[in-house]
Design a protein around this ligand. Structure first.
Ligand code: FMN
Length: 360
């Protein structure tokens, strides 16, 4: 992938990377298993907490190839119910010096229908020996007025097959989407989605996550926490966070002026801080997936200690290619040992619990 990036535009490199994985042209990684990275979350036995973030496999077409890279879980999509082209090209920009990406894809999607076929194929091939867990990131069409209905369609179409679903109310490139994080709107969407999930004809319903933006005010955070941590909310987790609209002063590359969401190293601290805030505000009641600027085992551990049970990567995969997955796992396993944690689960929220002890 890094080589592809040198040869062509960011979007073409990305599409080629997905195609290589889709057609099995990338050699299968010798995924190492680390005992101290294995964890039970929901009814899952996760082999390691490192996952793929949404937006890499937007059309859900490379599920097996991605699981072969050694991820413990992957999130494919975002998908919209109907096909839509997204914004005009160019719409992805690399900021090399900053180890960052700005994108304004705007939910380019082939729609639910072809994506469901891919997900159903993966599901039908599943053996007892499951390699990793798969979730779908659900978006809404630009022209849809009743957002809740688009998310409900996502639950109905993908819910029968996947391990988890993510309600994406935080992509910055669909007008008005982030406003759905406001308390009333979020409550309406969650109520509709949870009801649709309960009607799925399967014994274990897929856990539902809400993916949030890093650009939230204190009152936004409290409002979201109030809705998702309510005992009867039906929400199982938060994905923290999506890309930021802010532009840290540290950015060097000329592409920093491009409109869109910024991901990668400059997002790292922002998302870790938000994980810590939301872990506190939700009293540890929901599972947090931490995402934003994870390039190393230390970055992953920082998010885990702030309250994340699982982490995801996108930008580091784009910059460093598939070996980064094994690198992060190895480093994380070693760091946990060094810091005296028997298992990754012992480190979840460690910093927040320490703070509490210090102030009580
Ligand atoms: C090109 C690109 C496309 C993305 N598309 C989506 C998407 O469709 N849905 C979503 O929830 N997040 C999307 N994201 C956000 C990522 O899932 C992730 O939250 C963000 O990039 C931060 O992680 P990172 O710093 O490891 O890249 C996208 C990110 C990038 C760079």
């Amino acid at each position: 992938m890094p080589t592809l990036h040198k040869l062509t535009s960011a979007e073409t490199a990305h599409n080629m990377g997905v195609a290589i994985l889709k057609y099995g042209l990338y050699p299968r990684c010798r995924a190492q298993n680390y005992d101290n990275l294995q964890n039970n979350i929901f009814d899952w036995k996760v082999m390691n907490p490192v996952g793929l973030a949404a937006g890499f496999d937007k059309h859900c077409e490379a599920i097996d190839g991605l699981l072969n890279l050694g991820f413990g879980f992957i999130e494919v999509g975002g998908v919209t119910p109907e096909p839509q082209p997204g914004n005009e090209k160019p719409r992805v920009f690399r900021l090399h010096e900053d180890k960052a990406i700005i994108n304004r894809y705007g939910f380019n999607s082939f729609g639910h229908q072809p994506a469901v076929v891919h997900v159903e194929n993966w599901y039908n091939k599943l053996s007892e020996n499951k390699r990793g867990y798969v979730g779908v990131n659900l978006g809404k069409n630009k022209s849809t007025l009743d957002a809740a209905q688009d998310y409900v369609k996502g639950v109905e179409n993908f819910g029968p097959y996947v391990d988890f679903l993510v309600i994406n109310v935080s992509s910055p490139n669909t007008p008005g989407l982030r406003k759905l994080q406001a308390q009333d709107q979020l409550q309406t969407i969650i109520k509709a989605v949870v009801e649709a999930n309960s009607k799925l004809e399967r014994e274990n319903k897929p856990p539902i996550f809400v993916k949030i933006a890093p650009d939230l005010s204190e009152s936004d955070k409290v409002a979201i926490a109030t809705v998702v941590a309510a005992r009867d909310s039906g929400i199982d987790g938060l994905v923290i966070s999506n890309t930021t609209l802010s532009r840290p002063e540290s950015l060097q590359n000329k592409n920093k002026v491009e409109v869109g969401g910024l991901s990668g190293a400059p997002l790292r601290q922002m998302s870790t801080d938000l994980i810590r805030d939301m872990y506190r505000l939700t009293f540890g009641r929901v599972v947090i997936i931490g995402v934003g600027g994870v390039f190393s085992g230390q970055d992953a551990l920082d998010k885990i200690k702030a309250g994340a049970s699982l982490v995801q990567i996108y930008s580091s995969l784009a910059y460093e290619g598939p070996p980064v997955v094994e690198k992060i796992k190895k480093e994380l396993s070693e760091l946990l040992k060094k810091e005296g944690f028997e298992n990754v689960s012992d480190a979840v929220g460690y910093d927040v619990k320490e703070d509490k002890c210090a102030t009580s």
